[in-house]
Unconditional design. Sequence first.
Length: 314
Amino acid sequence: MDKISIVVPCYNEELSLPYFYDAITSTAESMKENAEFEFVFVNDGSADKTVEVLRELAKKDSRVRYISFSRNFGKEAAMYAGFKATRGNLVVVMDADLQHPPKLIPEMYEGIKKEGYDCVATRRVKRLGEPKIRSFFAMRFYSIINMLSDTNIVPGACDYRMMKRKMVDAVLEMSEVNRFSKGIFSWVGFNTKWIPFENVARVAGETKWSFKKLFAYSLDGITAFSTAPLQISSFIGILFCILAFIFGMVTFVKTLVFGEPVAGFPTLICVILLIGGIQLLMIGILGQYMSKMYVETKKRPIFVVKETEEDLNE
Protein backbone atom coordinates (compact mmCIF):
# COMPACT_ATOMS: atom_id res chain seq x y z
CA MET A 1 0.00 0.00 0.00
CA ASP A 2 1.25 3.48 -0.86
CA LYS A 3 1.91 6.07 1.79
CA ILE A 4 1.04 9.64 0.87
CA SER A 5 2.62 12.47 2.87
CA ILE A 6 0.73 15.76 2.81
CA VAL A 7 3.02 18.75 3.45
CA VAL A 8 1.17 21.88 4.59
CA PRO A 9 3.05 25.14 5.24
CA CYS A 10 1.12 27.27 7.77
CA TYR A 11 1.47 30.92 8.64
CA ASN A 12 -1.29 32.39 10.81
CA GLU A 13 -3.79 29.74 9.71
CA GLU A 14 -5.62 29.02 12.97
CA LEU A 15 -8.99 29.81 11.35
CA SER A 16 -8.35 27.69 8.24
CA LEU A 17 -6.83 24.60 9.84
CA PRO A 18 -10.07 23.01 11.20
CA TYR A 19 -11.70 23.29 7.77
CA PHE A 20 -8.59 21.98 6.05
CA TYR A 21 -8.28 19.04 8.44
CA ASP A 22 -11.89 18.00 7.82
CA ALA A 23 -11.44 18.23 4.05
CA ILE A 24 -8.11 16.38 3.86
CA THR A 25 -9.20 13.57 6.20
CA SER A 26 -12.33 13.13 4.09
CA THR A 27 -10.11 12.74 1.01
CA ALA A 28 -7.89 10.29 2.89
CA GLU A 29 -10.94 8.24 3.87
CA SER A 30 -12.06 8.02 0.23
CA MET A 31 -8.61 6.63 -0.73
CA LYS A 32 -8.06 4.26 2.20
CA GLU A 33 -8.19 1.14 0.01
CA ASN A 34 -5.14 2.29 -1.98
CA ALA A 35 -3.08 4.46 0.33
CA GLU A 36 -2.48 5.50 3.90
CA PHE A 37 -1.79 9.11 4.79
CA GLU A 38 0.35 11.24 7.06
CA PHE A 39 -0.16 14.97 7.47
CA VAL A 40 2.98 17.05 7.99
CA PHE A 41 2.12 20.60 9.04
CA VAL A 42 4.87 23.23 9.22
CA ASN A 43 4.17 26.20 11.46
CA ASP A 44 6.23 29.02 9.97
CA GLY A 45 6.54 31.18 13.08
CA SER A 46 2.85 32.09 13.22
CA ALA A 47 1.80 34.94 15.50
CA ASP A 48 -1.68 33.49 16.15
CA LYS A 49 -2.74 30.16 17.70
CA THR A 50 -1.73 27.98 14.75
CA VAL A 51 0.67 25.86 16.83
CA GLU A 52 -1.99 25.32 19.51
CA VAL A 53 -4.38 24.01 16.87
CA LEU A 54 -1.69 21.70 15.52
CA ARG A 55 -0.98 20.35 18.99
CA GLU A 56 -4.64 19.45 19.43
CA LEU A 57 -4.81 17.78 16.02
CA ALA A 58 -1.66 15.76 16.77
CA LYS A 59 -3.11 14.59 20.09
CA LYS A 60 -6.32 13.26 18.56
CA ASP A 61 -4.92 11.91 15.26
CA SER A 62 -1.69 9.90 15.11
CA ARG A 63 -1.39 10.67 11.40
CA VAL A 64 -0.83 14.35 12.19
CA ARG A 65 2.76 15.48 12.59
CA TYR A 66 3.99 19.04 12.83
CA ILE A 67 7.14 21.12 12.82
CA SER A 68 7.12 24.53 14.46
CA PHE A 69 9.84 27.03 13.54
CA SER A 70 11.52 29.32 16.06
CA ARG A 71 10.47 32.30 13.90
CA ASN A 72 9.11 33.07 10.46
CA PHE A 73 11.50 31.71 7.82
CA GLY A 74 9.12 31.90 4.84
CA LYS A 75 7.03 29.46 2.85
CA GLU A 76 9.98 28.15 0.86
CA ALA A 77 11.78 27.10 4.06
CA ALA A 78 8.54 25.57 5.36
CA MET A 79 8.14 23.42 2.24
CA TYR A 80 11.77 22.30 2.44
CA ALA A 81 11.36 21.32 6.11
CA GLY A 82 8.16 19.45 5.30
CA PHE A 83 9.83 17.51 2.50
CA LYS A 84 12.67 16.50 4.81
CA ALA A 85 10.23 15.21 7.41
CA THR A 86 8.06 13.10 5.08
CA ARG A 87 8.08 9.31 5.18
CA GLY A 88 5.78 8.47 2.28
CA ASN A 89 6.70 7.21 -1.16
CA LEU A 90 4.39 9.91 -2.55
CA VAL A 91 4.46 13.52 -1.35
CA VAL A 92 1.87 16.27 -1.82
CA VAL A 93 2.48 19.92 -0.98
CA MET A 94 -0.52 22.21 -0.60
CA ASP A 95 -1.78 25.30 1.22
CA ALA A 96 -3.91 25.24 4.36
CA ASP A 97 -6.49 27.77 3.12
CA LEU A 98 -8.25 25.28 0.77
CA GLN A 99 -7.36 27.32 -2.31
CA HIS A 100 -5.71 24.05 -3.32
CA PRO A 101 -8.73 21.70 -3.48
CA PRO A 102 -8.06 18.32 -1.80
CA LYS A 103 -10.51 16.73 -4.25
CA LEU A 104 -7.73 16.82 -6.88
CA ILE A 105 -5.52 14.41 -4.92
CA PRO A 106 -7.23 11.22 -6.23
CA GLU A 107 -6.72 12.50 -9.79
CA MET A 108 -3.06 13.17 -9.03
CA TYR A 109 -2.72 9.67 -7.61
CA GLU A 110 -4.22 8.16 -10.77
CA GLY A 111 -1.82 10.16 -12.93
CA ILE A 112 1.17 8.70 -11.11
CA LYS A 113 -0.01 5.13 -10.54
CA LYS A 114 -1.87 4.45 -13.80
CA GLU A 115 -0.38 6.92 -16.28
CA GLY A 116 3.21 6.58 -15.12
CA TYR A 117 4.02 10.22 -14.36
CA ASP A 118 6.66 11.18 -11.80
CA CYS A 119 4.76 14.29 -10.79
CA VAL A 120 1.23 15.60 -11.21
CA ALA A 121 1.06 19.37 -10.71
CA THR A 122 -1.65 22.01 -10.90
CA ARG A 123 -1.87 25.28 -12.78
CA ARG A 124 -4.43 28.02 -12.36
CA VAL A 125 -6.27 28.89 -15.57
CA LYS A 126 -8.50 31.55 -14.00
CA ARG A 127 -7.62 33.89 -11.17
CA LEU A 128 -11.13 34.64 -9.92
CA GLY A 129 -11.36 36.84 -6.83
CA GLU A 130 -7.88 38.24 -7.37
CA PRO A 131 -7.26 41.94 -8.12
CA LYS A 132 -6.82 42.48 -11.86
CA ILE A 133 -3.56 44.38 -11.41
CA ARG A 134 -2.11 41.48 -9.43
CA SER A 135 -3.20 38.97 -12.08
CA PHE A 136 -1.68 41.16 -14.80
CA PHE A 137 1.72 41.31 -13.11
CA ALA A 138 1.60 37.58 -12.30
CA MET A 139 1.18 36.71 -15.98
CA ARG A 140 3.89 39.19 -16.99
CA PHE A 141 6.25 37.53 -14.51
CA TYR A 142 5.89 34.14 -16.20
CA SER A 143 6.55 35.75 -19.59
CA ILE A 144 9.66 37.53 -18.33
CA ILE A 145 11.23 34.62 -16.46
CA ASN A 146 10.65 32.20 -19.34
CA MET A 147 12.24 34.73 -21.71
CA LEU A 148 15.29 35.20 -19.48
CA SER A 149 15.76 31.68 -18.13
CA ASP A 150 16.54 28.30 -19.68
CA THR A 151 14.28 26.69 -17.05
CA ASN A 152 10.73 26.73 -18.38
CA ILE A 153 8.02 27.52 -15.82
CA VAL A 154 4.44 26.79 -16.87
CA PRO A 155 2.24 29.94 -16.63
CA GLY A 156 -0.10 29.70 -13.66
CA ALA A 157 1.94 26.88 -12.09
CA CYS A 158 1.19 26.25 -8.42
CA ASP A 159 3.21 24.60 -5.69
CA TYR A 160 0.27 22.20 -5.25
CA ARG A 161 1.46 18.88 -6.66
CA MET A 162 2.07 15.19 -5.95
CA MET A 163 5.57 13.82 -6.46
CA LYS A 164 7.32 10.49 -6.28
CA ARG A 165 9.98 10.06 -3.64
CA LYS A 166 12.81 10.25 -6.21
CA MET A 167 11.69 13.72 -7.27
CA VAL A 168 11.38 14.88 -3.66
CA ASP A 169 14.90 13.64 -2.95
CA ALA A 170 16.17 15.54 -5.99
CA VAL A 171 14.50 18.73 -4.71
CA LEU A 172 16.08 18.23 -1.28
CA GLU A 173 19.53 17.97 -2.87
CA MET A 174 19.13 21.60 -3.95
CA SER A 175 19.73 23.02 -0.50
CA GLU A 176 20.24 26.69 -1.35
CA VAL A 177 18.90 29.23 1.14
CA ASN A 178 17.38 31.52 -1.51
CA ARG A 179 14.78 29.08 -2.75
CA PHE A 180 12.31 29.44 -5.61
CA SER A 181 10.43 26.15 -5.66
CA LYS A 182 8.56 26.69 -8.92
CA GLY A 183 11.92 26.95 -10.65
CA ILE A 184 13.42 24.07 -8.65
CA PHE A 185 10.54 21.75 -9.56
CA SER A 186 11.12 22.54 -13.23
CA TRP A 187 14.91 22.38 -13.03
CA VAL A 188 15.07 18.87 -11.55
CA GLY A 189 13.01 17.62 -14.48
CA PHE A 190 10.94 14.41 -14.23
CA ASN A 191 7.85 13.62 -16.25
CA THR A 192 5.07 15.97 -15.13
CA LYS A 193 1.35 16.04 -15.87
CA TRP A 194 -0.49 19.35 -15.48
CA ILE A 195 -4.02 19.63 -14.13
CA PRO A 196 -5.78 22.95 -14.79
CA PHE A 197 -8.10 24.32 -12.12
CA GLU A 198 -9.92 27.54 -11.34
CA ASN A 199 -8.90 29.74 -8.45
CA VAL A 200 -11.13 29.46 -5.36
CA ALA A 201 -11.48 31.84 -2.43
CA ARG A 202 -9.79 31.24 0.91
CA VAL A 203 -11.95 29.33 3.35
CA ALA A 204 -10.95 31.71 6.18
CA GLY A 205 -8.44 34.40 7.05
CA GLU A 206 -6.56 36.71 4.71
CA THR A 207 -3.77 36.18 2.22
CA LYS A 208 -0.24 36.69 3.57
CA TRP A 209 1.15 37.63 0.15
CA SER A 210 1.24 41.41 -0.31
CA PHE A 211 2.25 42.95 -3.63
CA LYS A 212 5.61 43.87 -2.09
CA LYS A 213 6.29 40.27 -1.02
CA LEU A 214 5.25 38.92 -4.42
CA PHE A 215 7.54 41.41 -6.18
CA ALA A 216 10.48 40.39 -3.98
CA TYR A 217 9.65 36.72 -4.60
CA SER A 218 9.64 37.30 -8.36
CA LEU A 219 13.09 38.91 -8.14
CA ASP A 220 14.32 35.87 -6.21
CA GLY A 221 13.00 33.65 -8.99
CA ILE A 222 14.67 35.62 -11.76
CA THR A 223 18.05 35.89 -10.03
CA ALA A 224 17.94 32.21 -8.99
CA PHE A 225 17.40 30.85 -12.50
CA SER A 226 18.78 33.43 -14.89
CA THR A 227 21.98 35.42 -15.39
CA ALA A 228 20.43 37.38 -18.26
CA PRO A 229 20.12 40.62 -16.21
CA LEU A 230 23.91 40.63 -15.82
CA GLN A 231 24.30 40.23 -19.57
CA ILE A 232 21.76 42.99 -20.17
CA SER A 233 23.66 45.36 -17.88
CA SER A 234 26.86 44.69 -19.84
CA PHE A 235 25.05 45.31 -23.13
CA ILE A 236 23.59 48.60 -21.87
CA GLY A 237 27.04 49.69 -20.70
CA ILE A 238 28.50 49.06 -24.17
CA LEU A 239 25.53 50.78 -25.83
CA PHE A 240 25.96 53.93 -23.76
CA CYS A 241 29.69 54.04 -24.49
CA ILE A 242 28.88 53.98 -28.21
CA LEU A 243 26.18 56.64 -27.83
CA ALA A 244 28.53 58.85 -25.81
CA PHE A 245 31.22 58.55 -28.51
CA ILE A 246 28.73 59.39 -31.28
CA PHE A 247 27.32 62.34 -29.32
CA GLY A 248 30.84 63.64 -28.67
CA MET A 249 31.79 63.40 -32.36
CA VAL A 250 28.57 65.15 -33.46
CA THR A 251 29.16 67.95 -30.95
CA PHE A 252 32.81 68.27 -32.05
CA VAL A 253 31.90 68.52 -35.76
CA LYS A 254 29.00 70.93 -35.22
CA THR A 255 31.17 73.23 -33.13
CA LEU A 256 34.33 73.30 -35.29
CA VAL A 257 32.81 72.99 -38.77
CA PHE A 258 29.48 74.80 -38.45
CA GLY A 259 30.32 77.08 -35.56
CA GLU A 260 27.22 76.13 -33.57
CA PRO A 261 27.47 76.85 -29.82
CA VAL A 262 27.49 73.87 -27.44
CA ALA A 263 24.27 73.56 -25.43
CA GLY A 264 24.89 74.49 -21.83
CA PHE A 265 23.80 73.64 -18.32
CA PRO A 266 20.35 71.96 -18.94
CA THR A 267 21.78 69.49 -21.43
CA LEU A 268 24.63 68.63 -19.09
CA ILE A 269 22.29 68.00 -16.17
CA CYS A 270 19.99 65.77 -18.26
CA VAL A 271 22.92 63.68 -19.49
CA ILE A 272 24.36 63.32 -15.99
CA LEU A 273 21.01 62.25 -14.54
CA LEU A 274 20.41 59.77 -17.35
CA ILE A 275 23.85 58.17 -17.16
CA GLY A 276 23.82 58.22 -13.36
CA GLY A 277 20.42 56.54 -13.25
CA ILE A 278 21.53 53.82 -15.65
CA GLN A 279 24.69 53.21 -13.62
CA LEU A 280 22.75 52.92 -10.36
CA LEU A 281 20.32 50.49 -12.00
CA MET A 282 23.17 48.29 -13.20
CA ILE A 283 24.86 48.44 -9.80
CA GLY A 284 21.53 47.41 -8.25
CA ILE A 285 21.35 44.37 -10.54
CA LEU A 286 24.89 43.39 -9.56
CA GLY A 287 23.95 43.94 -5.92
CA GLN A 288 21.04 41.51 -6.19
CA TYR A 289 23.35 38.72 -7.32
CA MET A 290 26.07 39.65 -4.84
CA SER A 291 23.59 39.63 -1.95
CA LYS A 292 22.43 36.12 -2.88
CA MET A 293 26.05 34.92 -3.01
CA TYR A 294 26.74 36.56 0.35
CA VAL A 295 23.83 34.77 2.03
CA GLU A 296 24.70 31.41 0.48
CA THR A 297 28.37 31.55 1.50
CA LYS A 298 27.40 31.92 5.17
CA LYS A 299 25.87 28.44 5.00
CA ARG A 300 23.28 29.22 7.66
CA PRO A 301 20.49 26.67 8.14
CA ILE A 302 17.38 27.13 6.04
CA PHE A 303 15.19 26.89 9.15
CA VAL A 304 15.39 26.36 12.92
CA VAL A 305 12.95 23.97 14.61
CA LYS A 306 11.47 24.93 17.96
CA GLU A 307 8.97 22.12 18.46
CA THR A 308 7.57 18.96 16.85
CA GLU A 309 4.81 16.51 17.72
CA GLU A 310 7.39 14.31 19.45
CA ASP A 311 7.75 16.98 22.14
CA LEU A 312 4.16 16.32 23.20
CA ASN A 313 5.24 12.99 24.71
CA GLU A 314 8.05 14.44 26.82
